[in-house]
Each structure stands twice: as C-alpha cells, then as structure tokens.
Write a protein that binds this ligand. Structure first.
Ligand SMILES: [Zn+2]
Length: 89
C-alpha cells in the first residue's frame, strides 16, 4: 500500500513585488477622487504584504472600489483633511 498522501488543494500565496508573502486583512484605504477630494474606503479586504505592508486588491475588490469611488451614494462619514505644504517651512 502506498503511503503517498495527496495534499489538499491550496491557493498559492499572493506574493508582493518585494518578495514578501501577503495575507488577507481588512484595512482602510484612501483613494483620490478628484483634485481636491480624497475618499476613505473603510473595511476593505486586501492582501497585505507581511514584509513591507503594501496592500494588493483582487480584481472583484478593485471593481467594487471603483464603483464606490464614482457612486453618488451618501458617505457613511466625512472627515476634514488638513494640508501642510512642507516646502513652505
Ligand atoms: Zn512587500
């Protein structure tokens, strides 16, 4: 009798450009909507690099983000973003 075991199918880990392995996490992510509007997307699923922290998004998640970015839905919250020009210092 063969002792060979067949490994259960596994999804290959998503790798970052830096070579680090990503893990699925829920994060907050900001995107620029226009020259003076930034949108904060809360609780979005991302593959985050365990080495450099760079997030990657699946294609369905990216499509969802783009839809939300251009949606006319009322936001769940609004925050003020102060701007400091470091060149003026
Ligand atoms: Zn990385």
């Amino acid at each position: 009798m063969s002792l060979t075991q067949i490994a259960p199918p596994r999804v290959a880990p998503i790798l970052c450009e830096c070579g680090g392995v990503c893990e699925t996490r829920t994060i907050n992510f900001t995107l620029r909507r226009s020259a003076d509007t930034v949108v904060l997307l809360r609780n979005i699923s991302a593959e985050v690099c365990q080495m450099c922290g760079e997030p990657q998004f699946t294609i369905p998640t990216t499509e969802k983000m783009m839809r939300m970015l251009h949606s006319k839905r009322n936001p769940d919250g609004v925050m003020l973003v102060p701007i400091y020009d470091m060149e003026a210092l």
